[in-house]
Ligand binder design. Structure first.
Ligand SMILES: NC(=O)c1ccc[n+]([C@@H]2O[C@H](COP(=O)([O-])OP(=O)(O)OC[C@H]3O[C@@H](n4cnc5c(N)ncnc54)[C@H](O)[C@@H]3O)[C@@H](O)[C@H]2O)c1
Length: 383
């Protein structure tokens, strides 16, 4: 069993990961400065359900029979705070979720771009040095994004590409061409980690994750333990947004032609992937890159699935095409590989009508909390 420190443990994925690993017998600590809550307030949004703070959730987890989860509150972009977390907890593995995670936020204005760049890279750099100084054996598990690759007109490999040039061959990081400043910080993270893997001999797993959906991460309906679930334009991921839009009775917001295709996964599978990676670390001096998604779907296909699930429970869900505020291809080739996590043992939960109906019922239960004005604010990539 490992001692796992979760950076960004208050987040949509962080808290469920903490409960999941704790429930499987790992010793877990979480660190967060509630930056996400602060930014959500700043853009005038709120989650579908309010999540208690980390101390409250950790004590609720204990009350229902879970083990102790240590809580550190502070800014991980500050060296002293992260160093104190490491000295107090001495992790075997660190799950690094602690970044500003929104593409639209990063494109809002100069100040938002600066916050995103400095925060995301600052936390990653501190992590590298904390591992080197206080936990040199530890395994870094970094959340990257499939968005690092962009949408190239060739198959997307798992992290690396073998190139033949003038009769010679070499392996390189697969070319990255991100579509927002947020995604670009993830590209920089990967570069930074690859540099320090080569230089310090770190052991790192970089997970290229697709957009996550779902609210039920572990088997509990305890409202104090559910993850924050965002549906606003800035912090909601597309399928979670469509579900809330359908529950509120507003048309689904398809951008442009709707052919934008990505790899999606259920939050249950995020937890499974993290657990598999924690329990199967790579050797020192390796940057292991795994593509973390289950279903490949276009935005139009997602919308059609939500319409069909709505019909099943008597909702008349409409779909509307909005002018695309982003700069992205609306129809394109997309063929990413994802065999690595299956080889580690991932048993995927593909998207099904049952899951969509369950999410629709959850959103409908909290329908009164839905603020329609937060759904579409039209943050333009062009500024
Ligand atoms: N949710 C998705 O669909 C998805 C998809 C691909 C990648 N990711 C990546 O996975 C990670 C987790 O995603 P999420 O949806 O849980 O995001 P989230 O914003 O809900 O969680 C991140 C947490 O990190 C914290 N944080 C950020 N900067 C911090 C700092 N300087 N000090 C302390 N805490 C800090 C935030 O307060 C937040 O609680 C992010 O890095 C995100 O980019 C998420």
């Amino acid at each position: 069993m490992a001692r796992v420190l979760i950076l960004g443990g208050d987040g949509y994925l962080g808290w469920p990961t903490a409960m999941d690993l704790s429930g499987k017998g790992h010793q877990v600590a979480v660190a967060d400065n509630y930056l996400k809550r602060d930014l959500v307030r700043r853009v005038g949004a709120k989650p579908l359900i309010d999540a208690p703070d980390l101390h409250q959730r950790a004590s609720r987890w204990q009350q229902i029979g879970g083990a102790d989860i240590a809580v550190f509150e502070g800014d991980l972009a500050k060296w002293e705070f992260m160093a104190d977390c490491f000295k107090a907890f001495l992790p075997d593995a660190i799950v690094h979720y602690a970044e500003q995670p929104s593409a639209p936020f990063s494109m809002m204005d100069r100040a938002a771009a600066e916050l995103t760049l400095l925060n995301n890279l600052g936390v990653t750099l501190n992590l590298v040095y904390c591992v080197r100084e206080f936990a040199p054996e530890a395994h870094i598990i970094k959340l990257g994004t499939m968005g690092e690759y962009g949408t190239p007109n060739i198959d997307i490999e798992e992290g690396w590409l073998e190139v033949e040039h003038n009769g010679r061959k070499a392996k390189f990081l697969y070319p990255r061409q991100a579509g927002s400043l947020y995604h670009t910080t993830k590209v920089h993270d990967t570069d930074l980690l690859w540099f320090y893997v080569r230089t310090f001999g770190l052991r790192v797993t970089d997970l290229m994750q697709g957009p996550v959906y779902g609210y039920k991460a572990i088997d509990t309906n305890d409202p104090g333990l559910l993850p924050a679930f965002h549906y606003d334009e800035v912090f909601g991921t597309v399928l979670n947004r469509f579900i809330v839009q359908a529950a509120k009775g507003v048309p689904l917001t398809v951008y442009g032609a709707g052919g934008q295709t990505r790899g999606y996964l259920n939050i249950i599978d995020t937890l499974q992937c993290i657990r598999l990676v924690v329990e199967n670390p790579p050797p020192h001096g390796e940057l292991r890159i795994l593509n973390q998604f289950v279903d490949v779907l276009s935005v139009n296909e997602l919308a059609d699935l939500v319409v069909a699930a709505g019909r099943r429970i008597g909702f008349n869900v409409e779909v509307r095409s909005y002018p695309n505020p982003r700069k992205e291809m609306e129809t394109h080739y997309y063929n990413p590989k994802n065999t690595g996590l299956r080889e580690l043992g991932l048993e995927p939960h593909p998207l099904s009508e049952g899951v969509l109906v369950d999410m629709l019922e959850f959103a409908t239960e909290h329908r009164d909390n839905i603020d329609e004005s937060a759904i579409q604010k039209n943050i333009l990539w062009s500024g």
